[in-house]
Design a protein around this ligand. Structure first.
Ligand code: DX5
Ligand code: ZN
Length: 212
């Protein structure tokens, strides 16, 4: 299992140190949660903060956009150093156009499904995607309880496109990661589970060992 710690649960006053902690701790991707206060009822950070983090690690930046109109901001996030950009199928833009915009900037495209959004809603776009992110909580806040049901979508999606990576996000810890591994998830996001752990490097290793 690959592990993508979410910076949302890190200490924002020491972002460089927090990035070093997870880089040295052997994490695989850095998960960056962008919230606009409109698509979700919370505001986090945007492209300038991601650009400031970029020089502090060579890990892949996995940018999760929880914003209403992602298309108009893709260029900014590409320039800030995103390697993967995920946007919600529930956003207000045409998914085909958002994917084309992401690809035109040399970034890998991914789509996100809220817990109750069916897998079928992204079938038309699936062959263009590098990754699908399955929310295992309602997006907007860290520290919520894990819901297992959305993971059933992993197999449906892999059946349609065996090469698409599946990422799960929300409430993932040493216990719930086992459900993710069993469901065929490739990458797990963990905010609280890594940054609030007494030993973040040990927490990363434990999550990585799930399903191995
Ligand atoms: C929720 C975010 C998650 C969140 C995960 O909207 O997309 O990435 O930070 O945090 P934990 O692991 O604390 O649930
Ligand atoms: Zn996220």
């Amino acid at each position: 299992m690959l592990v993508a710690p979410s910076m949302l649960a890190s200490d924002f006053s020491h972002l460089a140190d927090e990035l070093k902690k997870i880089t040295d701790g052997g994490a695989d991707y850095v998960h960056l949660d962008v919230m606009d206060g409109a698509f979700v009822p919370n505001i986090s950070f945007g492209a300038p903060v991601i650009a400031a983090m970029r020089p502090h690690t060579s890990m892949l930046f996995d940018v999760h956009l929880m914003i209403q109109h992602p298309k108009r901001y893709i260029a900014d996030f590409a320039k800030a150093g995103a390697d993967i950009i995920s946007f919600h199928v529930e956003c207000a833009d045409d998914p085909a156009e958002v994917i084309a915009e992401i690809v035109s900037h040399g970034v890998r495209p991914a789509m996100v499904l809220k817990p109750n959004t069916p897998a079928e809603s992204i079938f038309p776009y699936l062959d263009k995607l590098y990754m699908v992110l399955l929310m295992t909580v309602e997006p907007g806040f860290g520290g919520q309880s894990f819901m297992p049901e959305p993971l059933l979508k992993a197999r449906q999606l892999k059946e349609k496109n065996p090469s698409v990576l599946i990422e799960a996000d929300g409430g993932i810890n040493a216990q719930t990661v086992l459900d993710c591994a069993q469901a065929g998830v490739d990458i797990c996001v963990a905010g609280t589970g890594v940054f609030k752990a007494a030993d973040p490097a040990a927490a990363i290793r434990q999550l990585q060992s799930a399903g191995c």
